[in-house]
Ligand binder design. Structure first.
Ligand code: GDP
Ligand code: GDP
Length: 443
């Protein structure tokens, strides 16, 4: 059965336009006059890789305008009853009206699965305007412009997520495949032990390593099943390739190759030579990974050859604290790629990092956190004017991204931003994950 998605909202918010956009066909008639689209329109559409039946309830306004419930019953109750998801459309430009609020109250009471779509949110300031819809208490609004074709990607994603996993027999896109391998990159300085580690992880000698840097051959993509039973794919063998120019490689890693791997990976394993400690090059790679918003785990390699382990670990922790505070709590796995000792701890750490990187925090929880953080430590005034933060949402994960809205929010000083990120990280237990903070001013 294809799920049914019903578009609902007061007249003129852009339901028909959205319907046409999603159906990618001109079925409904769009006109400036409220109520021009009379009948319920229905179309088969493909949303986020899934077939759905899309129903437009434009025409709701034709029902006797006594009560909201009455109007709903008149025109759309049947459609709503059959809905797997309701797209409740509001006009971000016009702001919330009493009719919107009444519909919202009705939807909340009916406990229907609802996604609030704030339409007409094109251009700058559109998203901020759309966020008013957060007040409806129906979850995170998705800001779109049906007419200008903006934000539709996010809407597709949100609909897909709201509909949940399709039934078994339904074909799905590769990108949504739960069996899709976890994409990792193994990066680090030359000679840190990346090739040796890869061999240890794959459990077989796929690559040639030796005491001399430069022995590794050009490699193709590797995929294997790790001992947790999950599939893993090495997206690139940055720094393991093109070892021809040994001299150059000995000096430094190739930033371009590393960056290429980082961009494709979900989690990055940074191999650090414990005998040498974490140096400027390692930090540079870690910061690059952070900047790209990847999940990161440190493989502290050659642990077998380290004499004073406690001291070595202390030095590493100090370095991380002093020079990589933005990844506070990053997972460090001491291991020996050569002997295999500790290698079994690496993939579980990688999977934990991956889970945190994907973690979402609900809007309610997020705002409770925000309220607490603000009351413990109110935002400073900037140039004598108060910054008032009102509410937050988490528009996306991978990496976790928080959006906070408020008056002059974008003027918030750097140290206060850090404070917010750190308390967020602590409250929701997300150590070592790059966290994005977006601040958006509202009028
Ligand atoms: P409906 O009554 O809810 O079905 O609304 P329509 O789809 O008929 O749209 C009502 C009006 O809003 C039309 O004039 C559309 O051109 C306009 N409209 C629809 N989407 C957008 C949008 O994203 N931005 C702006 N600025 N106008 C829009
Ligand atoms: P890559 O350049 O990062 O790919 O590093 P390789 O995997 O080629 O390893 C560089 C050197 O470090 C080789 O001589 C390895 O034998 C050595 N090595 C790698 N892992 C370990 C380890 O866990 N312990 C010790 N003692 N040596 C290691």
């Amino acid at each position: 059965m294809t799920p049914t998605v019903v578009i609902l909202g007061r007249p003129n918010v852009g339901k028909s336009t959205l319907f046409n956009r999603l159906a990618q066909r001109r079925i409904a008639i769009v006109d400036d006059t409220p109520g021009v689209t009379r009948d319920r329109k229905q179309a088969e559409a493909r949303i986020g890789g899934r077939d759905v039946t899309l129903v437009d309830t434009a025409g709701l306004e034709e029902a006797p305008p006594d009560t909201v419930a009455g109007r709903m019953r008149q025109s759309s109750e049947a459609a709503l009853r059959a809905a797997d998801l309701v797209l409740f459309v509001i006009d971000a430009r016009a702001g919330l009206t009493p009719a919107d609020r009444a519909f919202a109250a009705w939807l909340r009471k009916a406990a229907l699965p609802v996604l609030v779509v704030a339409n007409k949110a094109e251009g700058r300031g559109g998203i901020a305007a759309a966020m008013e819809a957060f007040e409806l208490g129906l979850g995170d609004p998705v800001a779109v412009s049906a007419e200008h074709n903006e934000g539709l990607g996010a809407l597709h994603e949100a609909v897909t997520e709201a509909l949940g996993a399709p039934p078994e027999d339904e074909p799905e896109d590769a990108a949504e495949d739960p069996d899709r391998p976890l994409r990792i990159a193994i990066v680090g300085r030359p000679n840190a032990g990346k090739s040796t580690l890869l061999n240890a992880l794959m459990g077989e000698e796929r690559m040639i390593t030796g005491p001399e840097p430069g022995l590794t051959r050009d490699s193709v993509a590797h995929e294997w099943v790790d001992h947790t039973g999950g599939r893993v794919r090495l997206v690139d063998t940055a720094g393991m390739r093109k070892k021809a120019r040994i001299q150059e490689r000995l000096e430094q890693m190739s930033v371009a190759a590393t960056l290429g791997a980082l961009k494709e990976a979900e989690v990055v394993i940074l191999v650090v030579d414990a005998l040498l400690g974490m140096d400027e090059q390692d930090l540079r790679i870690a910061r690059l990974a952070e900047r790209e918003g990847r999940g990161i785990v440190i493989a502290f390699n050659k642990w077998d050859a380290v004499e004073d382990r406690a001291a070595t670990r202390r030095v590493l922790d100090d370095t991380l604290m002093a020079s990589l505070a933005q990844l506070r709590g990053i997972a460090v796995v001491p291991l020996s790629a050569q002997t295999g000792r500790g290698v079994d701890k690496l993939m579980p750490a990688v999977r934990t990092a991956y889970a945190l990187w994907n973690k979402r925090v609900g809007t309610g929880e997020l705002n409770r956190w925000l309220e607490g953080a603000l009351s413990r430590h109110p935002p400073p005034a900037v140039e004598g004017r108060r910054i008032k933060l009102r509410y937050g949402t988490m528009p996306k994960a991978r990496p976790p991204t928080i959006a906070i809205f408020g008056t002059r929010a974008e003027d918030l000083p750097e140290d206060y931003r850090r404070y917010l990120v750190n308390t967020f990280r602590d409250t929701f237990a997300m150590p070592g994950v790059p966290i994005r903070l977006q601040l958006r001013g509202t009028k």
